[in-house]
Design a protein around this ligand. Structure first.
Ligand code: NAD
Length: 420
């Protein structure tokens, strides 16, 4: 569909075609399963601190409504387009179905660099975005959460804007909120914790010792930082490469993560970090390591570098980091590189968001160890199901994970029937 035209949408479409061919899905059902149910585009005028009014484009896409409300994050990033948001919503659908959550996928976003806004401007943009979405979202319709460029504070502004409109506090409208306004313990760390759990599971599967391994992590935001610090401090993995949007750093004998934390605290980003060698960002992913974690943007592993990856485990913290053309190369390298596909690898975030939503609806809160236990149980079941299916059918992990997700969505659609 032309209105969704975007490289990320092309990736999501091609991945779906591959799984649809594999599952021999009737042509008649393919469009119904792939195209989003609703796609909303809004215009967001915001008064800047200098008095000028700037207009931003915002989107929300709800992929399918067959299994419950839709669920998905909100991205504030300059490259956000309707097509990218649609791809992210589609991936959310397969992810929720794969992990057994009662949701369809959704995603939203605003084309903006939040780093260029003052706190007041960011609040105005966040509130205006939620205001425009009020007719289309709700705790039983579509629940928002954080993604790249948004955080707990933005979620609190979303929740407050929605609640003011309703006339009562409604924490269950968003997940990823601060605990002080009904957020759940462990949500901020959930995605990274999930990545670490699955990396350790893969290491165990491959009979590798974490404390003898090295890791490279691309992106040092919510997912990347929690993953890198947890791998270093808890698992004993040596972190040899890190990066963020300002640059990439490598040190073969290991980067002192305490120094990284101190640098970020003082400077707000990795820019100017001197305790490791600054390298061209495009070289980071092909440096030798045991564990490679892309945790930033889409399409960073392509047909140009997939053959050059020198890792044993590719743990996809980001959504859509690997293009279908790169997948074809990685499929041939299946006995060299164990891929933990994105819809499994970063599912910890939406699983704990689901816990947050359930707690909000019931106004009954669990403690962090209950949450982490339940998270790990779901990830364990899902990891085992994906590995088992891949092995029994001799297919790549991504195809196995997507097949499970797509089959569940299709079964729900089939059972409910087509109205009218
Ligand atoms: P974030 O905004 O907290 O951090 C993003 C990080 O990536 C920042 O360090 C930024 O500097 C860096 N970055 C941006 N562009 C880059 C580039 N071109 N090269 C290298 N680094 C770059 O975002 P996040 O929440 O950590 O999300 C990262 C990825 O994980 C996204 O793909 C997102 O969709 C996915 N994800 C996030 C969650 C979550 O709970 N936050 C859950 C599932 C998946």
């Amino acid at each position: 569909m032309d209105i969704f035209s975007d490289p990320a949408y092309a990736m999501a479409t091609e991945q779906f075609r591959i799984v649809a061919d594999y599952l021999q899905i009737d042509e008649n059902l393919r469009q119904r399963t792939l195209y989003p149910k609703r796609a909303i585009a809004v215009t967001l005028p915001v008064r800047l601190d200098n008095g000028r009014i700037e207009v931003f484009n915002g989107y929300r896409v709800q992929h399918h409504l067959a299994m419950g409300p839709t669920k998905g994050g909100t991205r504030f990033h300059p490259s956000v387009t309707l097509g990218e948001v649609t791809a992210l919503a589609i991936w959310m659908s397969w992810k929720c179905a794969l992990t057994g959550l009662p949701y369809g996928g959704a995603k939203g976003g605003v084309a903006v660099d939040p780093g260029t806004l003052s706190a007041r401007e960011l609040e105005a943009l966040s509130r205006r975005y939620m205001q425009e979405m009020i007719p289309f979202v709700g705790p039983h319709t579509d629940i928002m959460g954080p993604d790249m460029g948004t955080n707990e504070q933005v979620m609190a502004w979303f929740m407050d804007t929605w609640s003011v409109h309703q006339g009562y506090a409604s924490p269950e409208i968003v997940t990823g909120k601060p605990v002080s306004v009904g957020g759940t313990a462990g949500r901020r760390e959930a995605t990274g914790r999930g990545v670490i759990y699955l990396v350790e599971r893969a290491l165990n599967f491959m009979k590798m010792q974490p404390d003898r391994c090295t890791a490279i992590v691309q992106g040092f935001g919510n997912v990347g930082a929690v993953t890198a610090l947890g791998l270093a401090y808890k698992s004993g993995v040596k972190i040899t490469g890190i990066s963020d949007v300002t640059g990439a750093y490598y040190r073969a004998d290991g980067i002192d993560m305490h120094k990284v934390e101190a640098h970020i605290k003082t400077h707000g980003s990795l820019a100017g970090f001197t305790e490791a060698q600054s390298i061209p960002p495009e070289d980071l992913l092909t440096m030798p390591c045991d564990i490679l974690v892309p945790a930033a943007v889409e399409a960073v592993i392509t047909e140009h570098n997939a053959g050059k990856l020198r890792c044993r485990i590719l743990a996809e913290g980001a959504n859509g980091p690997t293009t279908p053309a790169a997948d074809r190369i990685l499929n041939e390298r299946w006995n060299e590189i164990f891929v933990i596909p994105d819809i499994l690898c970063n599912a910890g975030g939406v699983v704990v968001s689901y816990f947050e939503w359930v707690q909000g609806l019931q106004q009954f809160f669990w403690n962090e160890s209950e949450i982490t236990d339940r998270l790990f149980r779901i990830l364990e079941q899902t990891f085992s199901a994906v590995v088992k299916r891949a092995k029994s059918e001799g297919i790549p992990h991504r195809l196995a994970a997507m097949a499970i997700g797509v089959e569940r969505v299709m079964a729900a659609k089939k059972t409910r029937g087509l109205f009218p």
